[in-house]
Write a protein that binds this ligand. Structure first.
Ligand code: DAH
Length: 339
């Protein structure tokens, strides 16, 4: 009996040393310690022993069982640690590898100049107003003195959402919305997108940006308009900028004008940039028409105002000598990186 026990212990120890997987470990436990295992079989045969031998052998069986169990546990711990080490090794993260580059972009040229313009006007006491890009015909045209069959609509054909709803062709409707909402004194600029059914070419795009300006108060005169807009031009193009005002017509201002700057390239001589004119038109402006004030519930006998509208693309093209408006919208990084 003792020899058998020794044999079991030896076999178990030898086999244990060869074990590689936890499956093999489980099999071994069943083979030696399980219900039908070798040690259990031995215990059963203890019936045949004498009363004196039984406790002695019983004790030995228990010792052998304990030894085998301990060895099994030890082996399991080793296997688990080896498995964990292998997993950690396979999942190591090399923090010295260079990361995935995330190139940092920069401001779009339209945004660079628009931010400058906003800053300049905020510094002059203006605030910034916003209006919808999908606009009622009433605000985009009617309230601005442009009735249904007015020829001024021809140059501003747009995308119709319905008979009375359009994609706005100008930022001027924000004038009306602002005057309806607030009492003078009013001093706002309103930058935003506008739309026209123009075919895209070097100087046209069906989508572009304007910056509207509106000042309404008691005693506002044309000289106020000229002062502010000359200041604006100098902020934008430098202190030596020369401006001139030419009479023009807009249905919602009276009198109306266009402001030109003297060509920064040829200083009035005439060159390719100014198309030989010596001057470059940069905005439309005028004194707010009394009808428009009335349409918005402001008494033209008491108040007067001026307004202006600047094409953002045009001034940015002038600033950076960009010769094709389409470059702004193509998202070509080679173009955008230059600003
Ligand atoms: N809305 C005009 C246009 O798109 C530009 C304009 C001219 C705006 C005169 C004004 C203005 O506020 O007074 O052609």
């Amino acid at each position: 009996m003792k020899d058998k026990l020794q044999g079991i212990l030896r076999n178990a120890t030898e086999d244990l040393a060869k074990i590689q997987t936890s499956k093999e470990l489980d099999d071994l436990r069943v083979r030696f310690l399980g219900k039908k295992g070798e040690l259990t079989a031995l215990l059963k045969s203890m019936r045949d022993l004498s009363a004196e031998e039984r406790p002695v052998i019983g004790q030995m069986v228990n010792d052998v069982r304990a030894t085998i169990e301990e060895a099994l546990d030890k082996q399991r711990t080793l296997l688990e640690r080896a498995a964990l080490d292998a997993k950690l090794r396979s999942e190591t993260l090399d923090v010295t590898l260079p990361g995935t580059p995330m190139p940092i972009g920069n401001k779009h040229p339209l945004s660079i100049v628009l931010d400058e313009v906003k800053d300049a006007f905020l510094g002059l006491g203006f605030s910034i107003a916003e209006g919808p890009e999908v606009e009622y015909d009433h605000y985009n045209f009617e309230a601005l003195n442009i009735p249904k069959d007015h020829p001024a609509r021809d140059t501003q054909d747009t995308f119709y959402v319905s008979d009375n709803v359009v994609l706005r062709t100008q930022t001027s409707p924000v004038q009306v919305r602002t005057m309806e909402k607030s009492k003078p004194p009013i001093r706002i600029i309103s930058p935003g997108r506008v739309f026209r059914t123009d075919t895209a070419d070097a100087t046209h795009s069906p989508l572009f940006h304007q910056i509207e300006g509106l000042v309404v108060d008691k005693g506002i005169r044309m000289s106020d308009l000229k002062g502010i807009l000359e200041r604006f031009a100098k902020n934008l193009y430098g202190e030596d900028t020369v401006v001139r005002f030419r009479p023009h017509h807009f249905p919602f201002t009276e009198p109306s004008a266009e402001m030109d700057i003297q060509c920064f390239q040829c200083h009035g001589e005439g060159c390719r940039i100014c198309k030989g004119e010596g001057w470059i038109e940069i905005l439309g402006c005028g004194m707010v028409h009394p009808h428009v004030l009335e349409n918005c519930g402001i008494d033209p006998e008491e108040y007067s105002g001026y307004a202006f509208g600047v094409g953002l693309e045009r001034i940015v093209m002038g600033r950076y000598k960009i010769d094709d408006i389409r470059l702004f919208y193509e998202n070509d990084a080679r173009f955008l990186r230059q600003f």
